[in-house]
Design a protein around this ligand. Structure first.
Ligand code: PGI
Length: 446
């Protein structure tokens, strides 16, 4: 492989999520999700933005798949809205909801685009939240029943499955910081949500094996920030390591691969882990086919005994995106190399990488050179990782379309395709045109 070209058959894709792009959250018998409820609760989102319309993808999916085809995408990562399928989270099935995803998958296959399905990207059926949601141990059964049903309905055509998107964010941003649905601020709840998501994930992997989805592969997608120590003092090195074990892939991969939580978590946070969690570890330890890595940024961590798990972020003057996140491509390499060294997954996919910038339309074009620079710098690090033994098989840019950025509403644009929310017009940004060339050349250097 020449030093600038990716391996043959490298899976180039783009990623989205149901609540962020679909709109029509209650159409055709769908039930409300916790993000429908959370975004409709005043004060929770920028400008009171909701996913009621978003990119209207529920109605425009054929147009959007034509765009994916025009870009030359090999794969498309999207998530299924659980409450379209089971309006109450369990029990009654909503055939029209299943039908939408059947049509979506069929249209993708017609366009020769490989579907990568995320079963859960934060939009829990609200009816299950009323029963405690992810803090209720029974969620492991509710989730597995939902996942197993999707394997039965789509498994003949969908061969790549992701159980959960970023369980750390669901647990801590949703149940400790309170900035995401369901808006809880309870550290004990957050750690029980970690444990219940792992139980749900591993039960589902077992069900997937039993469903025997032909040539099927199943994995989990984890959020990661590259944490560097602020100084070479042992206390800062330890603080950065602990931040890594808590917020990055180890919190989930250590139980999945090694049957126990990371040592730093057991040492400093076991008081928050659910009572008798040890009894769940045997079942949680269940082989997966790939690890999904999401990466956006890095930070410097300094010992701070007043912060949770003793670390605080300090500035280092790197350029930042519109999200205020450092642009730190080196961290991408560290995370990819780290996951391979620490857990040696059979396969790794980058299931999200991208950046928000202040995009503007000039004569029906969007000249987002800064996003091209960001993507190029990160693809360089991805290729470097492959050349250094990382089993990286594919890359999904976040995101295909500008979309609903959770609590920040529509104020942040991550798409390689611009969406004018007033007219729903799509405009392929310069970064989209550039990415299309990357796919065609299988290289970022041209
Ligand atoms: O913030 C951009 C994207 C979201 O739109 C995706 O839904 C989500 O999977 C995702 N994760 C991350 C990194 C972790 C994070 C999530 C939310 C807020 C801040 C950081 C960035 N993103």
């Amino acid at each position: 492989m020449s030093e600038k070209v990716f391996p043959k058959d490298f899976m180039w894709g783009a990623a989205t999520a149901s609540y962020q792009i679909e709109g029509s959250p209650l159409a055709d018998g769908a039930g409300p999700s916790i993000w429908h409820r959370f975004s409709h609760t005043p004060g929770n989102t920028y400008n009171g933005d909701t996913g009621d319309l978003a990119d209207d993808h529920y109605n425009r999916y054929k147009e959007d798949i034509a765009l994916m085809k025009e870009l030359g995408l090999k794969a498309y990562r999207f998530s299924i809205s659980w409450s379209r399928i089971f309006p109450n989270g369990k029990g009654k099935i909503n055939e029209k909801g299943v039908d939408f995803y059947n049509r979506l998958v069929d249209e993708l296959l017609k366009a020769n685009i490989t579907p990568f399905v995320t079963l859960y990207h934060w939009d829990l059926p609200a009816a299950l939240q009323d029963l405690g949601g992810w803090t209720n141990r029974d969620i492991a059964y509710w989730y597995t029943d939902y996942a197993d049903y999707m394997f039965q309905r789509l498994g003949d055509r969908v061969k790549n499955w992701i159980t959960l998107n970023e369980p750390w964010v669901m647990a801590f941003v949703g149940h400790f910081m309170g900035e995401h649905a369901p808006g809880m601020k309870d550290l004990y709840a957050a750690f029980s949500v970690v444990n219940n998501q792992l139980r749900a994930h591993s039960k589902t992997v077992k069900a997937f094996r039993e469903e025997n989805v032909k040539e099927g592969k199943i994995g989990i997608t984890l959020s990661n920030t590259s944490h560097d120590p602020a100084t070479d003092s042992q206390e800062d090195i330890d603080a950065a390591r602990l931040a890594h074990e808590w917020t990055n892939y180890p919190l989930f991969l250590n139980p999945i691969y090694n049957g126990e939580y990371p040592s730093g978590i057991k040492e400093h946070a076991s008081v928050f882990l659910p009572h008798n969690y040890e009894n769940d570890l045997e079942e949680i330890k269940e082989k997966i086919d790939f690890v999904g890595i999401n990466y956006y940024s890095g930070d410097l961590v300094k010992l701070d005994t007043k912060s949770f798990l003793g670390g605080k972020t300090v500035e280092r003057g790197l350029p930042k995106t519109e999200m205020g996140w450092e642009i730190y491509p080196e961290g991408f390499y560290k995370i990819l190399k780290g996951v391979q060294e620490e857990y040696n997954p059979k396969e790794v996919y980058v299931t999200e990488n991208g950046a928000a910038f202040d995009d503007s339309v000039v004569n029906q074009e969007v000249h987002d050179e800064n996003r091209i620079d960001y993507l190029k710098q990160h693809l360089e690090q991805a290729l470097r990782a492959i050349q250094n033994g990382v089993t990286l098989k594919g890359y999904f840019v976040w995101s295909l379309l500008d979309n609903f950025e959770w609590a920040l509403g529509y104020s942040k644009r991550f798409g390689i395709v611009y969406v004018d929310y007033k007219t729903q017009k799509r405009i392929i940004k310069d970064s989209g045109k550039w990415y299309s060339q990357v796919i065609k050349n299988n290289s970022f250097n041209f």
